[in-house]
Design a binder for this molecule. Structure first.
Ligand code: IMP
Ligand code: MG
Length: 180
């Protein structure tokens, strides 16, 4: 029988088992290895919290010298009248002149990644490319290219392997989809 798990008020069933995720992670790592082998010490910047598991598995498959760092996009209520303000925290490396690869868990509408790229560009890196475990092309509304999507999915809501439903589910090794 199909395994169903409950997180808060919703039920989820397995959509992508761990072995399939591993194949996709290896394939995207191969592409990055081929493109960056000649570059000087690129920096991978993982976006917390969602990217922690992907970052770990991806970087074990990267075969060139590189640096690893993490940032967080923190949302807070600015004046509480003008809505939410998003801030990039934790960028503690000088990235000027460096080749940067952002590592995300999922790109949905693209609002977060667009903000992230704009923030990083202010520090004059040599290049910025985006690697994401999941990409929802039908939901994507921005124009910046998503260079290295490991897997493309529809507009369904998923959890596991770093992704959460209201902070639960990040520790699951398979990816689950919400079910009725
Ligand atoms: P975007 O700014 O619309 O691209 O959304 C990005 C953020 O929304 C991601 O970093 C996730 O935190 C969250 N998100 C979008 N889709 C999902 C999903 O299917 N499961 C879990 N989180 C998601
Ligand atoms: Mg995220």
């Amino acid at each position: 029988m199909e395994k169903v798990i409950k997180l808060h008020d919703r039920n989820f069933k397995v959509m992508i088992p761990a072995d399939k995720i591993e194949v996709a992670v290896s394939a995207v790592a191969d592409k990055i290895n081929a493109d960056y082998r000649e570059k000087k010490n690129p920096i991978f910047i993982g976006v917390l919290n969602g990217s922690f598991m992907f970052m770990s598995d991806l970087l074990k498959k990267i075969d060139f010298c590189c640096e690893i760092s993490f940032v967080k996009l923190a949302s807070y209520c600015g004046t509480c009248s003008s809505g939410e303000v998003t801030n990039l925290i934790g960028l503690n490396r000088d990235i000027e002149g460096r080749d940067v690869i952002i590592v995300e868990d999922i790109v949905d509408t693209g609002a977060s990644i667009e903000h992230m790229v704009a923030e990083l560009q202010r520090h004059n890196p040599a290049s910025v490319r985006i690697c994401t475990l999941f990409f929802k092309p039908n939901a994507y509304k921005r124009s910046i290219p998503i260079d290295y999507p490991a897997m493309e999915i529809g507009n369904e809501f998923i959890v596991g392997y770093g992704l959460d439903y209201d902070q639960l589910g990040r520790n699951l090794k398979d990816v689950y989809v919400v079910t009725e």
